[in-house]
Design a protein around this ligand. Structure first.
Ligand code: 48F
Length: 269
């Protein structure tokens, strides 16, 4: 016998559950914009330590470009030591050759998502970041709205967003590098157009080293950058369908943010 419930009880459960999560994160420790491999890895390591972490993703589903390998084939390929991050999740990868590993993307992404959720991170999906909060020379949060609003006709799109505050914001928006380019615009720094190809040709080894090396605090206080956004901002080569650098970049971002947060004197509101 299936439990009987009323329609309004179901509605109430959804509204109360979601509203509580949103209220809990109007002012939080870290906001990660983008839920690709870099953003998710950062979220996983941060939330695991009890750091309040909110991931914002414009898509309905999380995972970004991690669901597919290359050429739309759902295989995740990583090189050492990136495999250690996946194996830590409890996924055994197959060895292609010493130091190069492969697994089904479906297994890898679903496990990373589930571990990140279990760590306590929250996901605000179908939500896009439209702007940053910029106060006293630093990024102190983001301005968000429902993604479907962007698809509405211009004459009814004057719908104000809301803003969410955080001690640190992580730009994990992939090729768009949206948060960094917007913050640079506010500060009057050199303009970067992510729609124009900024990468050199493909060079996996150089690209992966560069992404990890440039991951971290930007010249914009309060903003940390990881993943493919790092390559866009720094104009480093492209790595194509390999993910070790993305995972290591997300992990490095988490370490940097942890240090920032632990070193911060937190004035609770
Ligand atoms: O693109 P994405 O997977 O970024 P990543 O974590 O990894 C890059 C790789 O997937 C691949 C690669 C390396 O192998 O070249 O491309 O750096 O995930 C970025 C996510 O950010 C979301 C976007 O929908 C995607 O899921 N995103 C981008 N801009 C916004 C956003 C925005 N303004 N608001 C909310 N979400």
């Amino acid at each position: 016998m299936i439990q009987k419930v009323s329609e309004s009880e179901v509605s109430r459960a959804i509204i109360e559950g979601f509203t509580q999560d949103l209220l809990d994160h109007t002012s939080t420790d870290v906001i990660i914009v983008g839920s690709g491999p870099a953003g998710l890895t950062a979220a996983h390591y941060l939330a695991k330590q009890g750091i309040r972490t909110l991931i914002i993703e414009r898509n309905i589903y999380a995972g970004g470009g991690f669901w597919q390998g290359g050429f739309l084939f759902p295989k995740t390929v990583v090189q050492a030591p990136g495999n250690e991050i996946i194996e830590e999740l409890g996924i055994q990868m197959d060895e292609v050759k010493p130091g190069l590993y492969i697994a089904d993307s479906f297994r890898v992404v679903s496990k990373l998502l589930s571990e990140t959720a279990e760590s306590g991170a929250k996901l605000l999906n179908s939500t896009y970041v439209d702007d940053v909060i910029f106060k006293d020379g630093r990024v102190t949060g983001v301005v968000v709205n429902w993604f479907p609003i962007t698809q509405m006709p211009k004459f009814i799109t004057c719908m104000d967003p809301i803003a969410l505050e955080a001690k640190v914001v992580i730009d994990a928006t992939g090729h768009d590098a949206f948060i960094s380019t917007r913050a640079r615009e506010i500060l009057g720094l050199e303009k970067i157009d992510p729609t124009k190809r900024r990468h050199g040709g493909m060079n996996i080894d150089e690209a992966e080293e560069a992404v990890v090396a440039h991951t971290g605090e930007t010249e914009i206080p309060g903003l940390v950058i990881c993943g493919m956004a790092v390559a866009t901002i720094n104009g480093t080569p492209r790595m194509g369908p390999i993910f070790g650098g993305m995972l290591l970049s997300g992990k490095k971002a988490a370490e940097i943010v942890t240090n920032i947060i632990k070193g911060t004197i937190i004035v609770e509101k």
